[in-house]
Design a protein around this ligand. Structure first.
Ligand code: TMO
Length: 316
């Protein structure tokens, strides 16, 4: 299919650079959903936009690291939330193998890292410094972690390197992975009742900032090479001796065959750009308002026509 459609799409682009005139394939555009709310809602919202253009869409729930390999191979057409902190490494690896490309940035700044609700600072006033956190490790000890502190990380398919960071920085913490995003929020809600200190994995944009004030732990600042060059950073023998980027990107990624198979949908994909408040709102519709993601997407589109309808201009 890739080869058959190549000539037509190439000619259409050459003749009409600003307006797409080729037809999209009737084959479904396969889009991956993952295990955090904004991504699921955004995916359904974009899928519903494609459907409004007459396209067929199919959703598959996939591992959020393995998805880049699936896109590279054309099994999945696109990814709407490539978070730099969690997926930069997997995305770059797939890019270097070919078949997938960067389809542009959202107008959003992201951060994903260790985080605590504000009351935690009452018993560990040196926060947000990671060294102060480490000095307070005993405050976070649980039967499960012995005399070390417990850091509740996300599900294992997100950031995979918290344990390496703990080791590289010599921290007295044990990483425990939550089974789901909901388990992270349940932990904070439970801790809130007794103002128990807690440190979990969190990110922004997210609904959390509207519900629980808190701060990210300040680790040694992220630098190029932290994740793949052991010699760099405060620990000369280990990688991951840094925090995640404090001003990370949020990208879209696409299969190289997308432009040929669905030129109209691809043109729209390139124009799509959500902002931090829009993404936080998508998460809130599910995590606070308890809507089903499909319904949240429909509502979001109804309430934000001025945002997305301009993306369809000149596209058939
Ligand atoms: C990938 N995530 C936004 C959950 O950090």
């Amino acid at each position: 299919m890739r080869r058959i459609l190549k000539m037509g799409a190439a000619a259409a682009v050459a003749l009409t650079p600003a307006v797409v005139s080729a037809q999209d394939s009737r084959d479904p555009i396969v889009i991956a959903t993952h295990n955090w709310s904004s991504q699921i809602v955004m995916t359904y919202a974009v899928g519903q936009i494609f459907e409004s253009m007459g396209n067929n869409v199919e959703y598959v729930s996939t591992d959020s690291q393995a998805v880049y390999e699936s896109i590279r191979l054309g099994d999945v057409a696109l990814e709407l939330e490539v978070w730099e902190g969690a997926f930069g490494v997997a995305f770059n690896e797939a890019l270097s193998k070919g078949g997938i490309h960067d389809a542009g940035d959202h107008n959003a700044t992201t951060r994903e890292d260790w985080w605590y609700p504000t009351w935690t600072k009452d018993s560990c006033p040196g926060l947000p410094s990671w060294e102060a956190l480490n000095d307070c490790a005993a405050l976070f000890a649980t039967p499960e972690t012995g005399d070390k502190g417990r850091f509740l990380g996300g599900p294992v398919d997100w950031l995979k390197n918290d344990a390496e960071r703990v080791e590289a920085l010599g921290m007295d913490f044990v990483v425990v992975n939550a089974g789901s995003a909901a388990a992270l929020w349940a932990e904070v809600a439970a801790a809130e009742k007794t103002q128990r200190p807690v440190v979990i994995f969190n990110w922004t944009p997210n609904f959390v900032e509207a519900v629980w004030p808190g701060e990210f732990v300040e680790f040694p600042e992220y630098f190029d090479g932290c994740k793949d060059d052991a010699s760099l950073g405060p620990n000369p023998d280990m990688t991951y001796d840094c925090g995640n980027p404090a001003n990370g990107y949020l990208k879209k990624a696409a299969w190289d065959g997308m432009a040929e198979n669905w030129p109209n949908a691809y043109e729209v994909l390139k124009r799509i750009s959500f902002t931090n408040p829009q993404i936080a709102e998508m998460a809130k519709l599910v995590d606070v308002d308890e809507m089903e993601p499909e319904d949240a997407a429909t509502l979001w589109l109804e309430d934000n026509k001025d945002v997305w309808q301009p993306w369809l201009q000149g596209v058939s």
